[in-house]
Write a protein that binds this ligand. Structure first.
Ligand code: BJW
Ligand code: ZN
Length: 292
């Protein structure tokens, strides 16, 4: 059966829900000016994911990987949350959620690393005269681009004050846009920053890496996420191509357990096969419209 596009039917289903989850991806932040990975203009259209987003890539060419993340870090810092982040933040406060789903708990799971959901939560809290801590916790399962992990001592820290993180990265321009340039071999156009000039640990002097989850690594908060997905009876799938696991499997798990799935995306995706509701269009419009 094809999914419903009725806002009224969606709101009715939401009202009946007891455990709502939202699983978000890069499309959530697209309206904030942050490129997606696989859409038009997405990173993986231009760059080879395996040369940039794996531990092996970092080991082989930390200078190249750091330049990619430097560019993304600067982009995240200069972007602002959009209406879709705000809508999700609103329902993260139990008394706002009660108005649309009186008996429900809500949990937000995001694959995004840009930190915009945390910033939206602070903005919503400030406007409503609340503390961000009054909202339910949310899970950034692929880490945070502003976090740093020391490859020697393992220390994890957040640095949102230094941008760029070091003079050598400040001196690099935007990454080249030739898709072949970063596919592994020909990296001539990219500055070759010596290891000692890349970001280093304040404690032990070790090489720092971005605090994100690369392919082949275990996503964060798995125990908590597995628990809430197993309990969920409504799954909102927002701006993700549903191609990267384990997040790609959450909607089908909810559907298999008898729950409802509502997809918010610009276009049809892998996630649609389980959708009871489908809202095609920019989520910064469709999500607030459907929720409130
Ligand atoms: C809009 C919009 C608008 C645009 N409004 N919509 C074979 C089978 C199963 C699994 C595997 C397999 N082979 C390998 C794996 C595992 C692998 C994997 O899934 N690979 C696939 C490619 C097949 N997964 C992993 O390795 C993960 N780890 C793992 O599985 O560990 C094992 C384990 C599991 C469970 C428990 C314990 C252990 C780790 C995955 C790490 C992914 N890392 C990245 C980079 C993060 C750092 C960084 O940011 O650089 O995460 S890759 C990239 O993809 C990033 C994203 O979070 C992730 C998902 O992408 P997303 O968000 O869906 O973006 P897009 O661009 O794909 O889609 C955007 C969507 O938005 C599009 O649909 C647009 O239409 C839409 N859109 N504008 C609404 N305005
Ligand atoms: Zn260290």
């Amino acid at each position: 059966m094809s999914p419903s596009t009725s806002v009224t039917a969606f709101r009715e289903a939401l009202k009946q829900s007891k455990n709502i989850i939202a699983v978000a991806g890069a499309g959530l932040s697209a309206a904030s000016g942050i490129p997606t990975f696989r859409g038009a203009g997405g990173y993986w259209k231009k760059y080879n994911a395996m040369s940039l987003a794996t531990p092996e890539a970092f080991e082989e060419n930390p200078s190249l990987v750091w330049q990619f993340y430097h560019y993304r870090r600067m982009k995240a810092l200069s972007s602002r949350p959009n209406a879709a982040h705000v809508a999700i933040s609103m329902i993260s406060f139990p008394d706002f959620l009660r108005e649309i789903a009186p008996e429900a708990k809500f949990t937000f799971i995001t694959q995004n690393v840009d930190g915009l959901s945390a910033r939206a939560l602070k903005e919503v809290a400030a406007k409503a005269g609340k503390e961000p801590s009054q909202a339910v916790p949310f899970y950034e399962m692929h880490g945070r681009i502003l976090d740093l992990i020391c490859t020697s001592c393992g220390r994890r820290s957040t640095n949102q004050d230094e941008a760029p993180l070091c003079p050598a990265l400040a001196a690099t321009g935007a990454l080249p846009t030739d898709p072949n340039t970063l596919s592994g071999v020909d990296t001539e156009e990219v500055a070759d920053i010596p290891l000692e000039e890349l970001p280093r640990c304040e404690d032990c002097g070790g090489l720092l890496r971005p605090g994100v989850v690369w392919f082949g690594e275990t996503p964060l908060h798995m125990e908590q996420i597995d628990g809430v997905v197993a309990q969920a009876d409504m799954c909102l799938v927002v701006g993700t191509s549903s191609t990267v696991y384990p997040a790609a499997s959450y909607a089908s798990e909810v559907a298999e357990n008898g729950g409802k799935v509502a997809v918010f995306n610009l276009e049809r995706t892998e996630g649609d096969s389980d959708a009871d509701f489908l809202f095609l269009g920019p989520c910064e419009q469709t999500l607030p419209e459907a929720l409130f």
